[in-house]
Design a protein around this ligand. Structure first.
Ligand code: ATP
Length: 713
């Protein structure tokens, strides 16, 4: 099936995953005339009568056979070898072109490799699928358009079994290989072509792919040869002041932030400020800060704001949910206003003063909403654009004027390639979740960005990097983006978990997880809970399973269309679906009120991902709970770093976990499967002076100390 079939596929409703299958009869015309606007699954939807059940039955899902197969969706091998219909292998895909042998042998060709990293780039991987090079030659089902792979699998499976016919049946095994694989993007080595939603080259560490990002962009989303046109136009956010400034309350532990140690390293850092007044921001900004409910600075804000105001480059690492977004937005806005930046007018080529990049669409949208909030009533205009939405829509937003451009990397490259954005005026470049972007293999793309024609050199712009985790390797790479004089701010333990999250680790076998999950969710009632799983397919599977159990659930992952992702998030935010099953696409940055629980149904492959995932709860001084299922069959590599994270966060460490950590002890272990994630200090060796202070501003030490925390033992 060629690209034209992709087109055909998107003009008729299709099912991109089997969660939406249950919604199939609910397709409605979207606001934008999109013909496949679907409502994510929820129990309420699923409970509404026999017809829905019929649908399940018809689709093969929910038959005793399907559901009775506890292995389905949980055991890769079993799925791929089962031909029993129902869940295991839908007729649509399961046997028609898949070489079981390949799966069983853990084929590492990269086809159908589903990564947990389905952030912004999921289209790219799908693109990779279409170039499957020899995989299942001649099978029309198998060679169908890549991005619709899951969809077709689901859709066809729906007719003839159920959509677990996803070709990703082998994924878990491949992921097992991948997750232990290389570092910068090496996990993606097989996925090299561009995608329709986010066009950029391979994430492969080598930067393979095409030579020019511009070529990528031109052959990208708008390049009709590359895939289906994305028609989704996200609904505009509410414009009324109440909505713009809607916020949740800080929690009981907000004041405890003052006791967290902060380490600043680098030459001559400006002193921290203790209050918003000391920042000397303009009146409009102060008003907006007040309307946002901010009365007191968080530690990362106390340090970062004066550093950014002083024009310094910054790498800042602070625990999840501790206000990093405002820490960079406020001083940037203050500068822009001080410099008299006025809203740019309609122009074909816009030249923003600031670019903010983040790895996921939902996160960049959230940052945009914060930028819009703090720039309210000013002349500064923020614009957001991200993959999975209509490119023309992004362009229309931009040409109206753009001072602060919030973008995901792929879309940013597209727009620059289309010469809608000039870089000459850039004064601030912000990389949020910088480690994630670099880890995902965006390093080459980011390097291309900073060497784009017109982009001021690092000496002439201010570059800011933020995250809750900064492995050493990433720090070293990140140094290329920053002036050598950059300051490094570490609030608390770099890579450490937020102490406001009560962490529990449960030892459990793969096949008992679902039962346990239901048990937990029955006890949590309507409390908002995020359930993380490792693969997109499993996200759908678990969401559907929970719906069957009458637990209102929706799901978010990289194979869902952007419309569905946003709908899912909306339903979760408003409480319509209090359970959100997610892959790591939702692990970073998402700030959702009242998430009381995070459940790691599957532990992530790395400890820093764990830290980010559990950081979706316990934000801004609120408390939360995280329960993680630890399967000794697959998670032993996490035992050591997990023990460290738990210990550092003053949590109970189960004896069995300590034992596993001990038995898998690696001399020189530094807390990460990928390197020294617990680099509690700036990894530069040449800085002089490091101050360790508590956030009330009192110095506890002014002398440099050696790297003291690289080893957990
Ligand atoms: N000084 C403050 N006073 C009150 N609320 C604040 C303050 N700073 C930030 N917040 C709120 O705290 C929440 C978390 O902030 P934010 O999303 O910026 O955290 P983060 O550190 O970026 O987290 P993550 O590491 O998960 O991305 C947001 O709702 C934000 O509006």
């Amino acid at each position: 099936m060629g690209d034209e079939d992709w087109e055909a596929e998107i003009i008729k409703p299709h099912v991109s995953s089997y969660v939406p299958v249950v919604e199939k009869d609910r397709f409605s015309s979207g606001a934008n005339g999109d013909t496949h606007n679907r409502t994510p699954v929820s129990t309420t939807d699923m409970d509404d009568g026999p017809s829905r059940r019929d649908h399940f039955m018809r689709s093969g899902f929910g038959s005793g056979r399907s559901l009775g197969n506890r292995d389905a969706g949980e055991s890769n091998k079993r799925e791929t070898t089962s031909t029993g219909g129902g869940f295991g292998v839908g007729k649509g895909f399961g046997n028609r072109g898949f070489s079981h042998n390949k799966f069983d042998e853990g084929d590492s060709s990269g086809f159908w490799r589903e990564s947990n990293n389905d952030c912004e780039d999921f289209q790219t991987r799908k693109r990779g699928f279409s170039k499957r090079g020899g995989y299942q030659d001649g099978n029309d089902a198998e060679s169908s358009g890549p991005s619709r792979r899951g969809g077709r699998g689901g859709f066809r499976g729906c007719r003839a079994g159920f959509g677990l016919a996803s070709p990703n049946n082998e994924n878990n095994e491949d992921e097992g290989v991948q997750r232990r694989g290389g570092f910068f993007g090496s996990r993606r080595s097989a996925l090299s072509a561009t995608g329709n939603g986010d066009t950029y080259p391979s994430r492969s560490g080598s930067g393979s792919g095409r030579d020019s990002w511009k070529a990528e962009a031109e052959g990208g989303e708008s390049g009709d040869t590359q895939g289906p046109k994305v028609t989704y136009i996200p609904p505009p956010p509410p414009e009324d002041e109440d909505s713009i400034f809607a916020h949740y309350q800080t929690g009981i532990n907000f004041d405890k932030y003052d006791t967290i140690l902060v380490e600043v390293s680098g030459h001559e850092p400006p002193p921290a400020i203790l209050t918003f007044e000391e920042a000397n921001l303009c009146q409009t900004l102060n008003n907006n800060i007040a309307k946002a409910g901010y009365t007191k600075l968080t530690p990362v804000q106390k340090y970062s704001i004066p550093i950014i105001l002083a024009g310094r480059d910054l790498m800042a690492c602070a625990q999840t949910g501790s206000g990093k977004t405002a820490a960079f937005l406020l001083p940037i806005l203050a500068h822009l206003m001080r410099e008299g930046v006025t809203a740019s007018r309609f122009k074909e080529l816009q030249e923003p003063e600031c670019i903010i990049v983040a790895p996921t669409r939902e996160l960049i949208n959230q940052i945009y909403l914060e930028a819009r909030k703090f720039s309210f009533g000013t002349c500064v205009r923020a614009v957001v654009m991200y993959g999975g939405t209509q490119l023309g829509h992004s362009i229309r937003q931009i040409v109206q004027g753009c001072n602060i451009l919030c973008a995901t990397p792929g879309r940013l490259m597209d727009i620059i390639g289309k010469e809608k954005i000039g870089l000459k005026q850039i004064k601030y470049l912000v990389l949020d979740e910088a480690d994630r972007m670099l880890d995902m293999g965006f390093g080459p793309e980011m390097k291309k960005l900073i060497s784009c024609p017109g982009m001021p050199s690092k000496e002439q712009r201010q570059t800011l990097m933020f995250s809750a985790t900064f492995p050493e390797e990433i720090q070293r790479l990140a140094g290329e983006f920053l002036k050598s004089t950059y300051l490094f701010v570490a609030v608390g333990q770099v890579g450490g978990a937020c102490r406001d999250v009560q962490q529990t680790v449960v030892q459990i076998g793969q096949y008992s997880k679902r039962e346990k999950l239901v048990e937990i969710l029955r006890n949590t009632g309507d409390e908002r809970t995020m359930v993380f799983v490792e693969t997109k397919k499993k996200a759908d599977f678990i969401a559907t399973f929970l719906c069957q159990e009458k637990i209102s659930t929706t799901s978010i992952h990289g194979d869902r269309e952007q419309r569905e992702r946003e709908q899912a998030l909306g339903d979760f935010r408003c409480g319509k679906c209090p359970v959100l099953v997610a892959t790591s696409v939702a692990a970073r940055g998402l700030d959702i009120e009242n998430v009381q629980h995070v459940i790691n149904f599957d532990l992530p492959s790395t400890i820093d991902e764990y830290v980010h995932r559990i950081g979706r709860t316990g934000r801004c001084g609120n408390t939360g709970r995280a329960i993680s299922f630890f399967d000794p069959e697959s998670d032993n590599h996490l035992a050591q770093p997990l023990v460290k994270v738990l210990t550092d966060a003053q949590q109970d460490v189960p004896a069995w976990l300590e034992e596993i950590a001990f038995s898998t002890y690696t001399p020189g272990f530094s807390g990460s499967t990928r390197g020294n994630m617990f680099a509690s200090v700036d990894t530069r060796k040449n800085y002089q002076g490091k101050s360790t202070l508590n956030t009330a501003g009192f110095s506890t030490s002014q002398t440099p100390t050696p790297v003291d925390d690289e080893s957990w033992d």
